[in-house]
Design a protein around this ligand. Structure first.
Ligand code: GLC
Length: 533
């Protein structure tokens, strides 16, 4: 049973625990080896028992699946691979019946090359209204044979692909910051702006509680399209004025979107995916008339050590003070190496991941749990090349193995693949043999499992008025230890050292609410977090 909620008066998005479902890999109802919406419906009880407030679904829209569905061909439907609009409506109804909010992904930076707009653009002449929705340009050099500039795709290779125009015209090029199957839209185009506001309304009218905005920092491009030269890296750089990441013009888009979402009851909210160089730039996305929240990748990128973590926490919270927005905390998602592995892998990585979960869930703001993190799944590093599907793998000729290792379908029960993922043995990415012990059913039987730790901590977070939205204060500690209090009556201590360490004397001797490794007073074991009253 869910514990009583002491947080009813706070807007949900200021402190929600949001569970990320990577739709292809959560649960497969029809047995084709690929997760689907009926599968998610059949497993909502797991999310209810976990105690999360909301579920974020990665894209389930009609798509050629060139980038796991982040190549959307139709923004107003469900891909038959994943079910139907009726299935989606049923999922929303079931989720709401369990008190779970539903957040969907919106992908505004690019469409699929199979989207009717892009198909029409290819069939139309340079300079046409159809081409003006995308970023078509003439090439450089003799015959326009060279790309318009030196921008690179985030997935490797040039960010421009040439099209086969009529013989009389030199073929134009189109921009794609990601795969060539993901042409970038021109966000100065009024039709593009109107279309996405209409798409927001389509899903809000169906009852969704929010949107995760894909590549929120990428929509605006410098109209002069200058070469990047030396700065041709993929990530936003610390200097202002990057020609396509984190440009000031994107904020106009979010101001309009905010006015749309604010028309709807029930406080639907946005969370932006903005990879920006520092928390100050991130805070600009969550100004009062823009997005409600934005993912805080600064925390995700921090190393497992007390000073890196403390700096990430302080800088993140500090940058938000002026704008009044809540922080978000993320340890893993479908684009990064799972944190059990990032923190060292094996027993050490698992132990640190347990401590990190208690740290994350104690911090002020909202928190994101990526499917399988509550099971302590590691990154799958041994996938055979033929199974890999991330376009990064292909576009870099295997130099970058890509993101499939965190997207392997999750184990539910049993001791043979697909471990209850679907009715058959197949899953679109193969699961490792060791995953029987990590399956939900196995962990339910084990009081000491990662699953029980997440359930206990999330239930406490709901029950304790000190947790969720609000403030925190640091306490003085030994080196390698972080300790903070939250009012009323809560403290969290994390020992990042590889050896036991003392907890601040003001906190010693009391009860333990929950600990990431067995602890009943005295020295706090290595790589351990504890919550104290
Ligand atoms: C975001 C998504 C990622 C996708 C990319 C392009 O970063 O999280 O999975 O590949 O956008 O849409």
């Amino acid at each position: 049973m869910a514990a009583p909620d002491t947080h009813d008066e706070v807007p949900w998005w200021r402190e929600a625990v949001v569970y990320q479902v990577y739709v292809r890999s959560f649960a497969d109802a029809d047995g084709d080896g690929i997760g689907d919406i009926p599968g998610i419906r059949s497993r909502l009880a797991h999310l209810h028992a976990l105690g999360v407030d909301a579920v974020w679904l990665t894209p389930f829209y009609p798509s050629p699946q060139a980038d796991g569905g982040y190549d959307v061909a139709d923004y107003r439907d469900v891909d038959p691979l994943f079910g139907s609009l009726d299935d989606f409506d049923g999922l929303v109804t079931d989720a709401h019946g369990l008190g779970l909010r539903v957040v969907v992904d919106i992908v505004p930076n690019h469409t699929s090359s199979a989207h009717e707009w892009f198909v029409a653009a290819l069939a139309s002449a340079p300079g046409s209204r159809e081409r003006a929705r995308y970023l078509f340009r003439n090439g450089c050099g003799e015959g326009g044979d060279e790309p318009p500039n030196d921008w690179q795709s985030r997935f490797g290779g040039p960010a421009w692909t040439r099209v086969d125009d009529a013989a009389a015209t030199p073929g134009q090029w189109y921009l794609h910051l990601f795969d060539d199957a993901q042409p970038d839209l021109d966000w100065t185009n009024d039709e593009v702006k109107a279309e996405f506001e209409s798409v927001l309304r389509f899903w809000l009218d169906r009852g969704v509680d929010g949107f995760r905005i894909d590549v929120a920092h990428g929509l605006a491009k410098d109209p002069a399209m200058p070469d990047l030269g030396e700065a041709a890296g993929h990530r936003p750089v610390d200097t202002a004025g990057h020609p396509h990441w984190d440009r000031d013009e994107v904020h106009d888009v979010y101001r309009s979107w905010r006015s749309v979402i604010d028309e709807y009851p029930g406080a639907p909210a946005f969370v932006g995916e903005a990879w920006v160089p520092n928390p100050e730039r991130l805070a600009r996305y969550v100004r009062a008339d823009e997005l409600h929240t934005s993912f805080n990748f600064h925390f995700l990128e921090a190393k497992w050590d007390a000073s890196s973590m403390r700096a990430a926490i302080d800088e993140s919270l500090g940058a938000l003070v002026d704008v009044g927005a809540p922080a978000t905390w993320v340890l893993s998602n479908h684009d990064v190496t799972r944190h059990v592995t990032r923190y060292g892998g094996g027993d050490v990585g698992t132990r640190r991941a347990r401590a990190a979960a208690l740290l994350m869930l104690a911090l002020p703001g909202s928190a994101y749990v990526f499917q399988g993190e509550e099971l302590g799944l590691p990154e799958v590093t041994a996938l055979p090349d033929h199974a890999r599907q991330d376009p990064t793998f292909r576009r870099t000729n295997g130099a970058d193995v890509g993101r499939d290792g965190c997207r392997v379908p999750i184990p539910w029960s049993g001791d043979a693949p697909s471990y209850g993922f679907g009715p058959g043995a197949a899953s679109w990415l193969p699961q490792p043999d060791e995953w029987a012990a990590l399956a939900v059913a196995a962990q339910e039987r084990d009081e000491g499992s990662m699953l029980h730790l997440y359930r206990d901590a999330i239930a406490l977070r709901r029950a304790l008025p000190a947790l969720g939205d609000g403030a925190m204060s640091w306490l003085d500690t030994e080196p390698g230890v972080l300790a903070f209090t939250r009012d009323p009556g809560f403290a969290c201590v994390v020992n990042f050292n590889g050896a036991p360490a003392a907890i601040p004397t003001a906190l010693s001797g009391g009860d333990v609410l929950v600990a990431s490794t067995p602890f009943d007073g005295g020295l706090l074991p290595a790589d351990t977090a504890v919550w104290l009253p």
